[in-house]
Design a protein around this ligand. Structure first.
Ligand SMILES: *[C@@H]1O[C@H](CO)[C@@H](O)[C@H](O)[C@H]1NC(C)=O
Ligand SMILES: *[C@@H]1O[C@H](CO)[C@@H](O)[C@H](O)[C@H]1NC(C)=O
Ligand SMILES: *[C@@H]1O[C@H](CO)[C@@H](O)[C@H](O)[C@H]1NC(C)=O
Ligand SMILES: *[C@@H]1O[C@H](CO)[C@@H](O)[C@H](O)[C@H]1NC(C)=O
Length: 325
């Protein structure tokens, strides 16, 4: 894909073309690891006590800045913000919830509500994700992001939003809001999600998706959560965007569809978020495929012992110290 801009120089008009970044699996894995880290309670995260997740993200250069949680909830959800200075990135990451089955029930029964934090005609979203975002994280996140973006040293940084499962839905709400608040006009914004559910209808997506520099929605094979809340289908099984139902749930492009235990993938349509040749063609859905991405059990990874190869002398439970510039 090429993006071209005509640039007028003094005597000539130059046609400058940029190659739109291709899907980069290594980057997807980086954000998968940070999406796994943020399932760890912030009290442990800030103390570097999140087992293998601490080691993996430390190795990848993520440095902790801020955290929030939905305190006192029986279903804890967390958001943390990181900087990654070599890559010049700020990363806003949301956790999902731990019990997948309960979560799927919540998703499946979620009601559509008007998207009313911005004035977008006919935009509808599912209340479950929207409420968590707008009531728990919105205020703190917008404030912290503003503080970060006001600093000169971050002027060229990309702002990455990421999350797994419910966390992917929250990441989508966060980028949608930050874009519409006008916070990201000077910075590139990206969204990378793993096993993300449908968040709202096409009208909601139209309000912000074109402003996202790169959006990749990674789906592991039969991951059930990529299919909830279910879309309304036509006779051929394609998802519909309009009709007589209260809401037509829809995904935005670009899906990255993995098979064979995450060893093969295809980058799906850049125009059509519900590509019939990708995860939509699988009818048999799986909870395990939702839990594991590249062999990492994302929602539980912070309880895993530290990876031995990083430091042979380290034992599980040791406090890990790391420095940032
Ligand atoms: C997380 O922190 C709490 C409070 O400091 C502590 O009791 C708990 O053992 C920690 N958990 C892990 C996995 O380190
Ligand atoms: C929302 O947008 C519509 C159409 O542009 C406009 O008529 C209406 O006054 C707006 N409402 C608010 C609350 O800004
Ligand atoms: C669906 O997948 C499960 C395991 O993922 C398998 O046990 C079952 O036989 C499959 N069912 C069909 C109808 O393919
Ligand atoms: C899938 O791949 C992971 C490594 O990425 C491996 O640990 C796991 O055993 C594999 N699972 C199967 C069923 O092959």
């Amino acid at each position: 894909m090429y993006n071209c801009k005509a640039i007028k120089a003094i005597f000539v008009v130059l046609l400058v073309c940029f190659v739109t970044a291709e899907y980069n699996e290594e980057r997807a894995q980086d954000y998968m690891y940070v999406s796994a880290l943020v399932y760890c309670p912030p009290v442990n995260l800030t103390a570097n006590q999140c087992g293998a997740a601490t080691i993996s993200t430390n190795k990848r250069g993520f440095v902790y800045l801020y955290s929030y949680d939905n305190q006192n909830s029986k279903n804890p959800i967390y958001m943390s913000i990181f900087e990654r200075n070599e890559e010049k990135e700020i990363v806003v990451a949301f956790s999902g919830t731990i019990t997948t089955k309960q979560l799927i029930n919540e998703f499946a029964n979620s009601l559509p509500v008007a998207y009313d934090i911005h004035n977008v005609t006919d935009a509808l979203v599912f209340e479950y994700f929207y409420k968590h975002y707008s009531e728990t994280f919105r205020q703190g996140m917008l404030g912290d992001l503003q503080t970060i973006l006001n600093k000169f040293r971050y002027r060229n940084y990309k702002i990455i939003f990421t999350g797994h499962s419910l966390g992917g839905a929250l990441a989508m709400h966060a980028i949608a809001d930050a874009i519409q608040e006008g916070l990201l006009v000077n910075n590139k914004a990206e969204l990378w999600t793993f096993g993300q559910p449908r968040v709202g209808n096409q009208e909601f997506l139209d309000a912000f998706v074109s402003e996202i520099d790169q959006y990749y929605r990674v789906v592991n094979n039969k991951d059930i959560v990529a299919h909830v809340p279910p879309c309304i289908t036509d006779l051929k099984g394609g998802c519909l965007k309009k009709g007589l139902f209260p809401i037509f749930p829809y995904h935005a492009p670009t899906e990255v569809f993995y098979t064979n235990n995450m060893t093969d993938h295809v980058v799906c349509s850049h125009e059509e978020g519900e590509d019939q040749e990708c995860s939509r063609k699988l009818n048999n859905i799986s909870v395990d495929d939702h839990k594991f991405y590249w062999g990492v059990e994302i929602g539980n990874y912070f309880t895993y012992e530290e990876e031995i190869e990083v430091n042979e002398n380290r034992k599980a439970g040791d406090v890990i110290e790391f420095t940032s510039e």
